[in-house]
Structures are given as C-alpha cells and as structure tokens.
Design a protein around this ligand. Structure first.
Ligand code: ATP
Ligand code: MG
Length: 532
C-alpha cells in the first residue's frame, strides 16, 4: 500500500524525530539500527530490512549488523547480497542485484520481489548499506520517500560513526589507564574540585593506601603533610593564584605519615618523604580542567642525607678525639719545667702511638669508602691466602688489648687456602672483633670459628654482648649507621665498619650476615667466601 504525500510528510517528521532522539540518546548501536530499519521498512510498506557494515579491519568484509523482519536462521541466505558491493552505489549493477535477490528470495522462501538499497556514507566513504525488502507487485518509490530514506541512511551513518568514535575513545582511555597504572613513578590525576580520579599502583605502594580507597576522595584528605620542605602545598598555591597563565608546574615536597594496616605491607605507619610535581591541564579558555601529579619517593634520599649529616658530626668528633689526646700528651711531655720519669715517658708515648694508629685506621676507612663511591675499589688478591693466620693475628692483637674478653679461635684442620685480599680481610676481622669487644662491655668469651663446606668456607664471630634488636637488621650494614643505644654514645665509632665489611666480602663474591645467638645473649656475625 502506498502513502499519500501528506502521510509521507507526517511520517517523515515522526521517524526523523525518533531516529535523531535515538542517535543522541547514545543508545546502543543495535537499538538505533532497529529503529532506523523499522522506520525505513514502514515508510515504503516493505516486509523486512537489513543493515550491513563494512569492516576495513576485518579484510574489508561486509557483515550484517541488524535485521528487521528476517528470522535469525535465515540471515545467512542473504550473503549473496553482501558480496562485491561497490564502494559507491553503482546503478548499472541493477540487473545483477535483481538476479541475486531472486536467489535469496528463493532460498529464504520469504517472497521478496523488490529491494531498495541505500549506501550509508560518512566522510565521503561508504561505511555500510541499508536494505529494504518488498513483496507483491513492483512499487514505485515516491520522490519524497526516497529522500527520506536517504536521510535515514545518513542518521545511521552518524550513529555508526559515533559508536566507532566512542569505541576508539574507550580504547585510547584504556591505553592511557594502562600507561598510568604501569608507570614506575607515582601518578595521580585530580579533577577540577581536587578529587582524586586516578591513582596508580606505584603511588599506592608509596603512601600505603589502595587505589579504591582514595579514588573519589579530596586530595587534601589523603595528602596531609606532617612537614613541608617546599614553601607551600597545593592548596596554598591554589589560593595564591596558581596556576598562572603559561601553566607552570608546582613542586611540593614533604613528609607524609603512612597509615597502619597489618594486612597491607606498605601500610606500615612509617613516614615517607615525597616530591610531587603538579601539572595543570588547561582548556582552550585557560581554565584548569585537571591536575596531573607525578610523585617520587624521596625517603631513601632523605635518609642518606640524614646519614651524611651524622657522618660529618661523627667523623669530625672521631678525628678530633685522637688529635686532642695526642696534642695533650705531646704538650705535657714537652713541658720545660717537668722532669718525666722514663716510665711516664714510655706510657705517654704508647698512648700517642695508639691514638695515631686509631687515626690511621679511621683515615683508611674513609679512603676505602671514597674508593667505593668512586668505583676505584680494587682487590689485591693472593691465590692461596691462609685465612686462619689472618684471623689469628688479628685476634692476638685484640687479645692483648682487652683483659675482660677471652678470644678463642677454632679453625677446621682442613681449612683450605683461599683466594682473597689479605689486608682487606684483615680489616673485616678487625672490625668484627672490635665490634664484638665494644658491644660486650661486661667482657666474656668471643668465639671465632672457621668452617669448611663443599663450595665455600665460613668464618663466624660470636659474642655474648648487648645484641642487636630485630628491627635494626636492615640498617646495620648501611654506611654511617650506628645503633642508638647508651653504648654507642660511649664507644668510639663512625658506623663505617660493617658497611666496609659488607663491601669487602661482596667484592670477594661472598656474603655477610648475622643472627641472634639462639642459646644466650649476643650476636654472631658470619661471612662466607667461595672456595675457588
Ligand atoms: P666503626 O666500626 O666505624 O668504628 P661502629 O663499630 O659503630 O664504628 P659498625 O662496625 O658499622 O660501626 O657497626 C654499626 C653498629 O652496629 C654499631 O654502632 C653497633 O650499634 C652495632 N653493632 C655492630 N656489631 C655489633 C655487635 N657485635 N653487637 C651489638 N651491636 C653491634
Ligand atoms: Mg665497628
């Protein structure tokens, strides 16, 4: 049945309204197609319709995207209509199309006698086709209906384009999310109202909070600084007019308290030092739309800085003490008016000599550290070093210095000669034994054992002293680190000994570690060296 001209105009408005509503409502592409197909089929009093899309990404194939009035099991029969469809609608292939339509009508048994085919064009390119199938006696499309169908095709093309753009944007967003998430630095994004919209894994580890816990929350709630190193934080900067046109970055540095959560390893309640660079994103009118923040964990750097500071005060103290002792003794001995007995002279000179040795040791340690830092630390190895001799010599030296301590050396009879730097390994023993003495002020036994294993040898130094608290385990081998206890304030030391021991042993491809004595007070330090 054909429509009169007035009908067509009314229908035209209704259909177009419905379609453009569907397109702008961001409905699912399938829903939009269904509405368009129904309108197109109704308009020409057709029986069925079909939309097929070009897929440049899938070998340029043409695939059915939506049908109306065609039972699903029969859709495959329409394949001949999809093959070899020209990029631009070519009227001269009419005859061929009619032949194919007859084939399809026959196979599907749907009795179609006529077909209207409309290209969907977007950006000058045919991205798909709309088919409307009619049955019964051939029907001549009124001109208005034809142009209306054309506008349906246009709408369909817009909907496809939107959907594809949407998909592309989505993909791009996923890619961006992945880049942010996988970034080794901490990254977060704040929206205009300074709420956190993105928070990556690295940042989550730094501040000890899970992303799902902070996303959507205000920045100032999460970043409550304990102390600030920079002049102002983000919020002060914003009140002071940041960002100015030109959109300079803002750098904020400070300390933050990590929350405590025993189930979350990184939420250990400790302080972290962070450096955050906030970069504003501006729109075309110069309004800030988002802030991207890059976050660095500066904790280790800060700790190093604090260590350097302690180092300077410790070293200057350690240097000053022997120098002033030497100066004091030398000055006394030099006094014109005094007549010192030979014993006093001897004792004083012995003190001067000992303090000069201490100074030399300290200067040697400092030189070693600077060699390590400069990368010019080279071993002077001998192939068959008798490690037990080195140990015995060092033990003897200390044995004569301390009456309270008894140093026992026990080496396996088959302890083999090893590959090593005699002077450096002597330094290691020197420090381990001196520590054992220093940190067992009540005296006692210091047991040094040498053991042989198939691939390596070990030397251990066991004392019965004050021990090392468990939580200091990771710190002890660090440069300039001395444990804060009453003893370390009384005893001399720079905190370089164990740091150098570790460097020397590792340069020999060995390892050094310690453990609490299982059967008594004190600590046992052990190092291993490879046998070959
Ligand atoms: P230096 O060796 O430079 O003269 P130091 O002995 O203080 O100074 P390290 O040998 O590096 O430095 O030791 C670091 C810290 O580890 C010491 O200050 C001490 O607090 C602790 N320590 C080391 N050995 C022992 C030990 N056997 N028992 C208890 N605490 C120890
Ligand atoms: Mg020491």
């Amino acid at each position: 049945m054909a429509h009169g001209l007035v009908d067509v105009r009314i229908l035209q408005r209704e259909y177009l309204l419905a379609i453009s509503r569907a397109v702008t409502a961001e409905l699912d592409l399938h829903d939009v197609f269904r509405i368009i197909l129904r309108a197109a089929v109704d308009l020409v009093a057709g029986k069925a319709g079909m939309i097929a899309l070009h897929h440049p990404e899938l070998d340029n194939s043409v695939r059915v995207a939506a049908v109306y009035g065609i039972p699903a099991p029969l859709v495959d029969h329409f394949a001949p209509l999809l093959r070899d469809i020209p990029q631009v609608d070519a009227g001269e292939q009419e005859a061929e199309l009619t032949r194919r339509l007859q084939l399809v009508a026959h196979r599907s048994n749907l009795g179609f006698t006529q077909m209207v085919r409309l290209p969907m064009v977007s950006g000058g390119e045919t991205i798909g086709l709309i088919y409307v199938f009619l049955s019964g006696t051939p029907y001549h499309l009124p001109k208005d209906a034809a142009s209306l169908l054309g506008s349906f095709a246009e709408q369909a093309a817009i909907a496809v384009k939107n959907a594809r753009l949407y998909e592309q944007v989505n993909k791009e967003k996923q890619r961006l999310d992945a880049i942010i998430q996988q970034n080794a630095d901490g990254v977060m994004i704040l929206d205009q109202s300074l709420r956190i919209t993105d928070f990556n894994k690295a940042l989550s580890r730094m501040v000890g909070r899970l992303p799902e816990e902070v996303i959507g929350r205000p920045h100032e709630e999460i970043f409550q600084w304990l102390s600030l190193k920079s002049e102002m934080d983000l919020h002060e900067a914003l009140t002071n007019g940041w960002p100015l046109p030109g959109a300079a970055h803002l750098y904020v540095e400070g300390d933050l308290q990590r929350p405590f959560d025993e189930n979350l390893e990184t939420a250990d309640g400790k302080r972290v030092s962070l450096g955050i660079t906030y970069a504003p994103l501006m729109d075309g009118d110069g309004r800030m739309t988002d802030i991207i923040a890059n976050v660095r964990d500066l904790t280790r750097y800060r700790e190093e800085e604090a260590l350097q500071k302690t180092f300077i005060s410790v070293v200057s103290h350690e240097l000053k003490t022997p120098v002033s002792i030497i100066k004091g003794y030398a000055g006394t001995l030099r006094r014109q008016d005094a007549n010192w007995s030979p014993e006093v002279m001897q004792d004083s000179l012995a003190v001067i000599e000992e303090e000069a040795d201490n100074l030399t040791d300290l200067i040697d340690s400092l030189l070693e550290v600077s060699r390590l830092q400069a990368g010019t630390f080279n071993l002077e190895v001998s192939e068959d070093l008798q490690l037990n001799r080195v140990v015995e010599n060092t033990a003897r030296k200390f044995g004569s210095q301390s009456e309270k301590h008894e140093i026992i050396v026990q080496f396996a009879d088959d302890f083999p000669p090893i590959w090593g730097d005699e002077r450096r390994l002597g330094q290691v023993m020197n420090n381990l034994i001196s520590n054992a003495i220093k940190y067992s002020p009540d005296g006692g036994e210091i047991m040094i054992r040498g053991k042989v294993h198939p691939q390596h040898v070990t030397v251990s130094v066991r004392d019965g002293g004050i021990g090392i608290p468990d939580h200091e385990q990771h710190r002890i081998f660090q440069k300039f680190s001395r444990l804060d206890n009453a003893l370390s304030r009384k005893t001399e030391g720079t905190g370089l000994g164990l740091f150098l021991c570790k460097a020397i042993i590792e340069a020999h491809d060995g390892r050094i570690w310690f453990h609490k004595n299982p059967d008594g007070p004190g600590t046992t330090f052990t190092f291993s060296l490879p046998r070959n």
